[in-house]
Design a protein around this ligand. Sequence first.
Ligand SMILES: Cc1cc2nc3c(=O)[nH]c(=O)nc-3n(C[C@H](O)[C@H](O)[C@H](O)COP(=O)(O)OP(=O)(O)OC[C@H]3O[C@@H](n4cnc5c(N)ncnc54)[C@H](O)[C@@H]3O)c2cc1C
Length: 292
Amino acid sequence: MKPFTYIAPGSVKEAVAALHENGGTARVLAGGTDLLLEWRRPGVRMPAVVVDISRIESLRRISLEGPDILLGPLATHGELMRSGVIRSGAAILASAASTIGSPQIRNRGTIGGNIMNGAPCADTVPPLIALGATVTLSSADGTRECHLSGFFNKPYATIATGEELLTQVRFPALLPGTKASFVKLARRNALSISRLSVAAVVSVDDSGLITDARIVPGAAHSVWKRTMEAENLLIGKAPSATLFAEAGRVVSAVVIKETGRRWSTEYKEPVIAALVRRTLEKCFTDNDGHPS
Ligand SMILES: Cc1cc2nc3c(=O)[nH]c(=O)nc-3n(C[C@H](O)[C@H](O)[C@H](O)COP(=O)(O)OP(=O)(O)OC[C@H]3O[C@@H](n4cnc5c(N)ncnc54)[C@H](O)[C@@H]3O)c2cc1C
């Protein structure tokens, strides 16, 4: 590892000033679980300046503000799993966080780092998009809020500039009657990244009909997106095994249409369909949505 200048600001103001002074070439360091691996790769170009934000206490919050849940980017996966706010208002996120790495990784890795790294297998992103999350970016010029669904340009690339710091994640807490679930398919049961994943949030009315649905496959598209074709199929109908299987086939067809047929399609086509069906079924059997 080549030497670099290390800055550990105590506030967001100092952090964005440091990013600005270095013209966007400095790298932000949070938990370091992605970054340190990147820097150990042979031949990698090290940044001249590293801005370690881990001491900025104001970036650690997990709180409820009116109907919304607010997360600081330094909230760790372990904290998300244990938070009462998350477990009662967005259990789907706690569930996704609980599948990340090992206890050591979950106690160190942050939600901000998971988002900003932009890896297609990032487990918190599909639930956050299904929850309708926005992110706040701060720089020396001010702040801007963006929908997470439009935040990624391609794998490992976001619309944030090198001078911007992710300072907040916001999404509405799930309302009564909302069901949600996250299902991850990996090569092993533990310490394994997603080969595919699905997040679903489904609302039903008093008569049991589906009034809203959000389905976000993970590690499937080049950037995450909701599958509106399958969502529209569900709306207005009563939940059933046949309906969920059909929704699964629609998601699978949409993914394959985008990626084209390749050597892996024979595997992925039925697996995506089955994973979506299971995720929708889980909404109604082992709900990670509103507890009511
Ligand atoms: C053994 C192992 C297993 C893992 N398993 C999983 C898994 O199952 N699922 C999964 O999703 N991930 C997994 N990961 C990846 C990683 O742990 C997560 O992506 C983690 O959330 C990254 O957070 P961090 O704080 O460590 O980020 P860092 O490594 O500190 O930073 C990651 C990137 O985000 C940028 N960044 C961080 N915070 C900010 C901010 N506030 N503003 C702007 N830029 C920022 C950094 O500059 C860097 O580019 C695993 C990693 C390891 C090493």
